[in-house]
Design a protein around this ligand. Structure first.
Ligand code: 5AD
Ligand code: SF4
Length: 460
């Protein structure tokens, strides 16, 4: 047996990931698919790998050039070891497709977010034919069907419930790179969560580009929406905390608000991207809602969860945004009091409607405006953190703290990191922590009580 075949049987995979949680999730799935089909293991550096994968994101950056410079750095590895397989996946791959192979012919595989489950076949094709593969379709049979069973690592897990987006916001590449919204069948989602709960997972994050567009087909022909799904997930005894990301204000339904009232396991935090506080800009962005609608939704939510922690995404400098429109965004920030925000300067993405709109505010001005947004949010964030001092928080302990010295780290319901003196045995359990100090990006606290862990009864 040649060395190539041996390596191909138990390959070592290195994955570099750019981008969001969705991409992190996809990278983990790439490794899972290869582990299941090929016994692959993940390694930490490209030098020790038989397969190098680059999982790209193009949502806010001109990522194309970054891809080619990254590939250029890996080329010497390929020159030294012709059996090395290099693959490029993710959003840039699905946009650039064949261009990647034309400019970097040493790349063996180019695949989109919807075809990563076909990686084993792509590897076979590369081994058999030695030719490059470009597989960036949006297949009818969605990738969820081909995924291996979930493996929990620790007490928290992500579960993908839908893929893609059909909202077509003016500025955004997602509908073009990930395709239209497709929801994963209800039974599949529930089965995956059951398996994770059995492996000791306590916190589930339901994941998708637009999770409140979830319309999961059920076995009896009816449709399950996000609110209903949350209620079903809450039924699992082992699952004690439910999060979801990301949602859209348009479909932030009454039913979902009612779920906040009825389901205490639904974490007391909401990330709801608003993008702009100006109705004119929201319209240009094709967001489909008004500032008034956004405020009304938040007020209704706060009526049932007065202390919910709110965060958002804001774009500064979208075409059509002048001084007055920007001030409207500052007013909205003031009015809502977001605890956190991801804010970005608008970046023109080829192929999107906004790319053809006049974008004439000077960059320096946009930078100043971005700073105003960030400074204001930082003050709100600081306020939230200091207000937490003296309160008791239910913290899911995740791991030993990076600070060392017997420190453990976990997250509150509102997704803030807390460091405290504890024991590694606590990892994976909820503990009540009294917050003693607010630092810039994390909190410090001390244990109040250690929750009693009741072992489940053995099945009869
Ligand atoms: N320019 C700047 N920000 C963008 N986002 C998406 N596309 C762009 C773009 N072209 C931001 C939006 C979105 C978040 C994930 O990224 O705020 O909510
Ligand atoms: Fe992009 Fe808009 Fe869809 Fe969000 S809702 S992924 S911004 S198109």
């Amino acid at each position: 047996m040649s060395e190539t075949i041996e390596n191909a049987n138990t390959p070592r995979v290195f994955v570099a990931t750019w981008g969001c949680q969705m991409n992190e999730y996809d990278s983990a799935k790439m490794v899972d698919v290869l582990a299941k089909n090929r016994g692959a293991t993940r390694v930490a550096t490209p030098e020790e790998a038989d397969i190098i994968l680059l999982n790209t994101c193009s949502i806010r950056e001109k990522a194309q050039e970054k891809v080619f410079s990254q590939l250029g750095r890996w080329k010497p590895l390929k020159d030294a070891n012709p059996n090395l397989v290099i693959g490029v996946g993710g959003c840039v791959a699905s946009q650039e497709g064949h261009v990647i192979r034309e400019r970097a012919p040493f790349v063996d595989m180019v695949f989109g977010p919807q075809t990563l489950h076909r990686l084993p076949q792509m590897l076979d094709d590369v081994a058999d034919n030695g030719a490059g593969i470009v597989d960036i379709a949006f297949p009818e049979i969605d990738k969820f069907d081909a995924m291996p069973a979930p493996r929990a690592e620790g007490a928290t897990a992500f579960v993908s419930i839908m893929e893609g987006c059909s909202k077509y916001c003016s500025f955004c590449v997602v509908p073009y790179t990930r395709g239209e919204e497709i929801s994963r069948p209800f039974d599949d989602v529930i089965l995956e969560i059951a398996e994770l709960a059995e492996q000791g997972v306590k916190e589930i994050t339901l994941l998708g580009q637009n999770v409140n567009g979830y319309r999961g087909p059920m076995a009896d022909g009816s449709i399950c929406d996000l609110a209903m799904l949350v209620e079903f997930v809450a039924e699992f005894e082992g699952i004690e905390r439910i999060r979801y990301t990301t949602s859209h204000p348009l479909e932030f339904s009454d039913a979902l608000i009612e779920a906040y009232a009825r389901v205490p396991k639904l974490a007391n935090v909401l990330h709801l991207p608003v993008q702009s506080g100006s109705n004119a800009v929201l319209e240009t962005m094709n967001r489909g809602y008004s500032v008034e609608h956004f405020i009304e939704r938040i007020e209704k939510l706060r009526a049932v969860r007065p202390d919910i922690s709110l965060s958002t995404d804001i774009i500064v400098g979208h075409p059509g945004e002048g001084a007055a429109e920007f001030e409207a965004t500052m007013d909205l920030i003031e009015r809502i009091g977001f605890d956190a925000a991801f804010s970005f300067i608008y970046s023109s993405r080829p192929g999107t409607p906004a790319a053809d709109m006049a974008d004439d505010e000077p960059r320096a001005l946009k930078k100043q405006r971005l700073k105003r947004v960030q400074d204001r949010i930082a003050v709100f964030n600081r306020q939230l953190m200091t207000d937490m001092v003296g309160t008791t928080q239910r913290v899911l302990v995740e791991r030993e703290s990076k600070r060392g010295g017997g420190q453990m780290a976990g997250r509150t319901d509102s997704n803030r990191w807390v460091n405290f003196e504890g024991h590694p045995r606590m990892a994976g359990h909820f503990v009540e922590i009294e917050i003693t100090e607010a630092l810039d990006n994390s909190l410090r606290g001390r244990i109040k009580t250690h929750e009693t862990v009741v072992e489940p009864l053995a099945p009869a």
